[in-house]
Design a protein around this ligand. Structure first.
Ligand code: UN1
Length: 508
């Protein structure tokens, strides 16, 4: 297989390691990265030691001192240049994402496109970090609020979006005047190094202080250093609910802030008026895209009983046409799962749901033989299930779609909302009343609610995140930037007296 993209991204013949902007450190201990595409070792990154972590934090804090007073539009200019570089490297970086993580090349490129998009968004934002002005109740007083940078922002990201999620956080944080320290997933560490290598070119060309963006590598132990570190006022973590509960509690105990973007158990409600072609495309991509490993993956299809058989037949037929194989080969729709543990979780869930009474409409299983040597390729499957099965309420990061029947819209909305997670949701309908009902305060309880679109593939312009066990954080667009800054209310007296608020008299 042609892997020249590794060279272009600076990942050949070097032990990429802990890195503060310009300088790379090598501890002599490594994390190896194996691709699920063919099971081969791609490369290794040096593990960050506690001493190196201290060096990274020192560089970050030093960089923050100058970065926080650099005018926001000047900070935006660095992000603009990074967006331009990403356009240059889009092909190679997309290939690396696909190779290291296993998603289809189209989705790998799509992920890099999300990075480019968030850069563009952040550049515009760098001139729009608006605060409000208020009217003071006192004469000759002025009141306003302004937004200041927070400091060192810790970013913990997951394997499934190994480059985009970092960029949503870091590009926004950078224009906000923060500096970032990124702990990428141990399952996709080379993607992080590649992002840093590309950024390094921009930092060098602009003589930007080295610590504004750093990467550290390691397991939960290095994550613990971050969550306990009072020098990190904000930690943005993407990953499992299990991880998020620990991160959230630890950071809260020191009064730090978190942005948590955790599990999803996303459903599409299919109503009688739905356009069936829209349903098929939306649900299919939602369920099998990234081999079911998006936090926005469609896991439940809640279908009205009048069209249930039709949807069941057509979905089953569509699954029959899916091509599973090397994700870098554009003929294939579905690549491998990230590793064998993920395959085991998939198999366990399939067994559990069948024990609960679930019926396989499209059977699952692990693929074997030529092209499937890594043992990570599994068949996307559909299971006919009851809405209240324990397995159905659990997020399994794999392409398993549960088909559930409903008869009243109220019931469908209740089913959609009854799971512990609250990330993404959708309704397929051409009925205005149904759509508005779903979007109303009494409708979907998720952070994302769509009409005639699947649950995954959100654009960067909106705030991304969800409720309940999804963690409540918002990243990316809209006013999500406010979480990366501290708000300050200012009252200025330009009179010669000191009138007190609330009319209080305090005379000597
Ligand atoms: C994730 O899976 O953590 O909406 C992020 C989507 C993508 C992002 C998913 N834009 O599916």
């Amino acid at each position: 297989m042609d892997t020249t993209f590794l060279q272009t991204l600076g990942l050949k013949d070097q032990n990429a390691g802990t890195s503060t902007g310009l300088k790379t450190m090598d501890s002599g201990q490594y994390i190896e990265s194996y691709t699920p595409v063919n099971g081969q070792l791609i490369g290794k990154v040096s593990q960050t030691t506690p001493e190196e972590y201290e060096q990274v934090m020192a560089a970050a804090q030093a960089a923050f001192k100058t970065w926080r007073t650099t005018p926001a539009p000047v900070r935006g200019e660095i992000v603009r240049q990074y967006g331009l570089k990403l356009r240059e490297y889009k092909d190679e970086l997309g290939r690396l994402v696909s190779y290291e993580m296993g998603k289809s090349l189209q989705e790998g490129w799509g992920e890099v496109q999300e990075m480019i998009d968030i850069c563009d968004f952040a550049v515009g934002l760098s001139r729009q970090l608006y605060g409000l002005t208020m009217h003071s109740e006192r004469p000759n007083h002025r009141m306003y609020e302004q937004w200041h940078p927070l400091g060192v922002v810790g970013i913990i990201s997951a394997f499934n979006f190994p480059v985009a999620v970092w960029s949503w956080n870091s590009m926004i944080a950078l224009v906000c005047g923060d500096v970032t320290v990124w702990k990428a997933s141990e399952k996709a560490p080379l993607c992080a190094v590649a992002c840093q290598n590309i950024l390094r070119e921009v930092l060098k060309e602009n003589d930007v202080p080295e610590g504004i963006s750093s990467i550290i590598n390691g397991d939960y132990k290095i994550g613990e250093l971050m969550t306990n570190d009072t020098r990190m006022p904000l930690i943005s973590a993407t990953g499992s609910t299990r991880m998020g509960k620990i991160v959230g509690a630890t950071v809260a105990a020191r009064m730090g802030k978190t942005i948590l973007e955790l599990g999803g158990n996303n459903a599409i409600i299919v109503t009688p008026s739905a356009d069936i072609n829209v349903v098929l495309t939306g649900a299919l991509f939602g369920a099998v895209g990234t081999a079911g490993q998006r936090c926005t993956t469609t896991r439940r299809l809640i279908v009205h009983d009048s069209i249930y058989n039709e949807v069941k037949e057509k979905m089953t037929k569509a699954y029959g046409q899916l091509r599973i194989g090397n994700p870098l080969d554009q003929n294939n729709h579905v690549g491998p799962l990230i590793d064998k543990d993920a395959v085991q979780n998939y198999l366990n869930a399939l067994e559990a749901v069948q024990q609960e009474g679930g019926k396989l409409l499209v059977s699952g299983g692990v693929l074997e033989g030529e092209g499937y040597e890594s043992g990570c390729y599994v068949k996307p499957c559909i299971v006919e299930a009851e809405h209240d099965y324990k397995t159905v309420h659990t997020e399994t990061f794999a392409p398993i779609l549960y088909l559930i029947k409903y008869s009243e819209l109220e019931e469908a909305i209740a089913i959609q909302n009854e799971v512990p997670q609250g990330l993404s949701s959708a309704i397929m309908t051409n009925d205005l009343r149904e759509a508005e009902r779903f979007l109303s305060a009494a409708g979907s309880d998720c952070g994302i609610a769509n009409v005639n679109i699947g649950t995954s593939g959100a654009e960067i312009g909106g705030a991304f995140g969800g409720e309940k066990e999804t963690g409540g954080g918002r990243e990316s667009g809209s006013d999500a930037w406010k979480a990366y800054m501290r708000r300050q209310t200012n009252t200025i007296n330009y009179s010669t007296t000191v009138p007190l608020a609330q009319g209080i008299k305090f005379d000597l």
